[in-house]
Design a protein around this ligand. Sequence first.
Ligand code: PDD
Length: 279
Amino acid sequence: GKIILGDQLLERSDVLIDLEDRGYQFGDGVYEVIRVYGGKLFTMKEHIDRLFQSAKKIKLDISMSPEQIQDLVESLLKENGVNFGSVYMQVTRGAAPRNHKFPLPASNTKAVFTAYTNEVPRPQSQLENGVEAITAEDIRWLRCDIKSLNLLPNVLAKQEAADSGCFEAILHRNGIVTEGSSSNAYIVKNNEVMTHPADNLILNGITRQVLATLCKDNSIPFVEKEFEVHDLLHADEVFITSTTSEVMPVIKLDGRAVGNGVPGEITRKLQSLFEAKIN
Ligand code: PDD
């Protein structure tokens, strides 16, 4: 299929990325993943807005408008005929002789925007049966609100989960549960949904924001408050959300059953509300 480089649709095999691209050398860039359901981009505007917010936070000038990116991504989707899948897009600070400092304006270094599509089915059986997770220390930096290309701590945590046969690692910092390695994390206790506040310690997921609205519209208490690993391990229900995982029940943590060891009632309710939203 085709990909986007800058403002052009090209064959993937025709694309060359400079080996001194700052994304490649420093992880100096930001990214987004948008889900495609039935050929349509889900919450596209929110994702593009967040891409611009992330870029701003690292003083990166994308040098394209949100509308331009939206048009490009839509034409890519059409060109590749994606039905159920995702779009990955990223922007780096461009290619310049290696130096930690930003390239000088006089060097005319331009941000490098790339995007490609994937055909991925919805994770039906995992959504139905739930997944297992481990807990792991959150060793990331203090700007997790930025969707940065620097994902090494997330990669290490996810691999630790995979090595234990688990789907996700739920992270904690000083005993407080923050989020998953590539998802937001929630507990249900006494029919209340609780999740970490959207501050610098987590990424404010677009799925998280959709969920907050669903909760409000359906009189399910949505509490943004810190909770401890102990609360996680003794919750009635646990679930995670992300663009690719949707509302995913967690039925086992560190090898022990969560609640009755099956997806909980509130989680099921939120899954069906979310499903209604994407159809
Ligand atoms: N990850 N927290 C982290 C650290 C994430 O990487 C993600 C998403 C989320 C959920 O955000 P959203 O609901 O907007 O997808 C939370 C994407 C999917 C990824 O890296 O593949």
